[in-house]
Design a protein around this ligand. Sequence first.
Ligand code: PEP
Ligand code: MG
Length: 541
Amino acid sequence: MERVFEGKKVSKGIGEGRIFVFRRNEELIRRRTVYDTSLETRRFSDAVEKSKKDLLSVLDEARKVLGNTGEGIFSSHLMILKDPLFLDPVREMIENESVNCEFAIASVTDRMTGMFSSMKDEYMKARYSDIKDVAERVILNLSGKEKYDLKEDGPFIMVSDTVVPGDLMRLKDLGLAAIVARKGSVYSHTAILARTMGIPAVTGVDFSDDIDGLYAIVNGNVGTLIVDPGESTKTRYGREKEDLLSKEEKLLLLKGLPNITLDGKEIEIFSNANSLSDISNALNSDAGGIGLLRSEFLYLEKNDYPSEEELFINYRKAAEMMGSKPVIIRTLDIGADKNTSYFGLSGEDNPALGLRGIRFSLQHPETLRTQLRAIYRASNYGCISILYPMITSDFEIEEIKKLENSVKKELKDAGSPYSDDVKRGFMIETPAAAIMSDVFAADCDFFSIGTNDLTQYMMACDRNNDSVALWGDPKSPAVLRAIENVVKSAKKNNVKVSICGEAAEDISLTKSFIEMGVDSLSVGPSMILPLRQHIRGLTLS
Ligand code: PEP
Ligand code: MG
């Protein structure tokens, strides 16, 4: 009988096949006492080396099939296998507690993944599946067992508590039609991979084990798993699949066309990016540029501040990838829900109102100086602009200008080239900035309206608290009036204005934004072509 399980949509599309309920092999990781700990440590080292070799061939394959996204994910897995933060505690546990290495790996992994999964930031939370994936690979190499027990050929839906990136790579050629997970975030690498590979995916599904082996349909567009569908459901989905294909084909035809309304008003559509792989997705989707490079993610993935060289290499790559198209790099926006231990930011009672964004950078001028040096040096390789987050006060702007001048002088004195045309932008994401936008406009080339935070601060609603979601709506008249005010200030002062919060993706607002005079919208890579399609069907009032 047909049963429908509801979840959260992660990757669009419709997949169908037989259900394969996958249980991760728990019996491999029972605790055992070992008497020869040096032998056990050697077993661990051998399995790590074998896993590195496996990963090198996965990396090779991922590079071919998935380009930068695949390369990025599996290179980070290789890094975990070289990271003393992972290796040392396992060795120490084997030595100090005389336990088998499977158990030590599982314990250390649990500790590490617990740390990640308790983070408020969804992106960091999502990193836990990568560590789990790597640990599982090592444990499997220790056991020599086959990982998946697929009993039949043909398309199948993987259903599991968690799905890790390696599952997708290993199963993609064996008929993987969709994935369904009980746990996992929309921002996880598994989710990113599924989207890149076009595999429909749903998470947060509380499935029962008795569905194993049954035929099912996964609807990644709404987030459902339909087990044992009836004939009418099957026919409906067959039709929907065809429609979807033709819709996607139609979207691809829009590549290279302008974002222009029927009555001739053209605007830019840029892409938001959290990483270099997002930049290649943005290019594939024909983005006009990168409207918001959230530079904090490079910091949040690490255990210490990245060096100037490391930042420079990343920014230069971003600039080169985009060629003559603009890349707007936002300086470090940490604090509130984007936090990690080396920032030393714990203990604030009210972190969203605490030392975030530009406040943190100005309290740590050397951090901002390093970042600005890297950005200016990279500006020589493309079309880079700098965007400052969480601006509220004119003294911040004065400090920023001083620091920029001092960095430029330093670079000039050292003979290090940079572009003379690096534009300066301010994020408008606080009521203070919205109200003062006519004054702040004098000191910048562009505004970027961050509707996520602007809504949070205007409406006094924690953006991560679902129970106040009703109030935290960017469509609230107060927020829309603030946006209109900012656009007017921008126009009056000849300053460009963009919207880069999630509201830019909401097509019910697009017409109003264009009518207000917004110059560009910056959205996730997958929204670029659908937004273009919508704009090309609009007539302004
Ligand atoms: C915003 O606040 O709308 C924004 C784009 O910045 P972030 O979501 O990174 O805080
Ligand atoms: Mg913000």
